[in-house]
Design a protein around this ligand. Sequence first.
Ligand code: NDP
Length: 397
Amino acid sequence: MGKVLIIGAGGVGTVVAHKVAANPDVFTEIMLASRTKSKCDDIARAIGGNRIRTAAVNADNVPELVKLLNDFKPELVINVALPYQDLHIMDACLEAGVNYMDTANYEPLDEAKYEYKWQWAYKEKFEKAGLTAILGCGFDPGVTSIYTAFAAKHHFDEIQYLDIVDCNAGDHHKPFATNFNPEINIREVTQKGKYWENGEWIETEPHQIHKPLNYPEIGPKESYVIYHEELESLVKNYPTLKRARFWMTFGQEYLTHLRVIQNIGMASIVPIMYNGVEIVPIQFLKAVLPNPGDLGEDYTGWTSIGCRIQGLKDGQVKSYYIYNNCSHEVAYQETGTQGVSYTTGVPAMIGAMMFMKGLWKKPGVFNVEEFDPDPFMIELNKNGLPWVEVHDGDLEL
Ligand code: NDP
């Protein structure tokens, strides 16, 4: 059906490349491009079959990107580089007339703050160009937003309370490591907490609100309210929500390491001079931490991510829980990466498939919950991320 360009050869890019290559009817030609071409070559070699072409690109350099797009002429770019590149890649897509998709919203390099306003501001430009931009098509954001859309479409007349629950009960057997890009991950989890209640954002200290929640097949895990980007678009697209929160599990060891990292200044994004060279502490920290893409081999256990929703159906209060459990070991066997890269890369491939099939194709900039969730939900079951529904159970929240 069409050509696709994947940008970013990290853990998520590896999974996207595997899954895209496994669907030759939909993705007729594939190119994988990243800053370091050798990483793309390694991934292409591991997948085999000569299906994937590779290229080096600095995605912060718009003219370089435009040249690559004009040479390869893809229908769609799947951006799984870092959030800092989002706007540059969107600019290049507009210039070359190519559609766009990503899994994480734009963050300025010098400010640990992520909001959709920068990307939503491109709406008119994409509309005028007749191009589609699909934002946030990983697991969270991504599948969590699609679960919400699916619940609202099929199970509720009005959704009122949404709790997204993200548990990683896996063990990578390292004293400390992050499951995706360490810089982005640490920036995300050390910021202040924030949730939506009665029409306004409530801010908390980092990790201030927490309680044990029970996860299917896993059991109780201490879960913490943090701010997560899909809350911003979901409260906008579902104005009936009285409250929307995001919970993530953290182990005590992880939190202790995080506290020390912050206390000694290693989480800072403010550049410092070291031996005459300017370095950013958190970027240096990334260089010495385990590479998330290499954690897979020893990773055991499960991730469990879902949405717990309460609202009204036929005048009655109803509760609903929809989730996926993903095994790190199974993800590794299939793609050579751990479950967090897998749960992000599979939805990115499915979002691209929705676009290629013309099901999610309309001019403008959209969050995934603005599209029909049904065909996407069918593909989740077929592509390694099956979902489970619990009706009228105890949501614990
Ligand atoms: P990694 O750090 O493993 O990989 C990022 C890749 O992007 C690297 O290969 C890197 O370059 C490449 N890259 C970085 N800067 C540039 C640049 N300027 N030009 C070209 N390539 C560049 O990250 P992950 O794979 O773990 O994460 C990828 C994305 O997925 C991130 O944006 C992350 O926030 C998002 N994510 C989303 C989730 C969701 O559920 N929605 C969950 C987890 C992650 P190089 O080739 O030099 O290695």
